[in-house]
Design a protein around this ligand. Sequence first.
Ligand code: ZN
Length: 139
Amino acid sequence: MKPSHIEHIGIAVINLEDAISFYEKVLGLTCYNIEEVPDQKVRTAFFMVGQTKIELLESTDPEGPIGKFIQKKGEGIHHIAFSVEKIEEQLMHASKLGITLIDCKPRKGAEGLDIAFLHPKATSGVLIELCENKTHLTG
Ligand code: ZN
């Protein structure tokens, strides 16, 4: 699969503004984008650290994936996203290796990325997201 880098780390937070304030005031990072992703029932905030982003995730619905995660585990690291090319092929490859997929086909995530999740049962407990930025190919 050979991911080129960790695209982002997703962190579940209860209050987006409080969490943004920590990353800006304490770590000195700048939030460059806040975006709602209705499909995922979240509001997201992004920070760039080198090539990697921090993606803060605040639930907009207690029944959504982040709402449920926080109810079960509290705030904390939710997923790690690897940047890959040809995401459809990577999903087929993982599936052939017997890895359970949450998404059999990529869908649209924040920032226009094509994303898909592998099931944490197949990855030693870490929710892994694969993502591909197809927009940079066309400029
Ligand atoms: Zn993500």
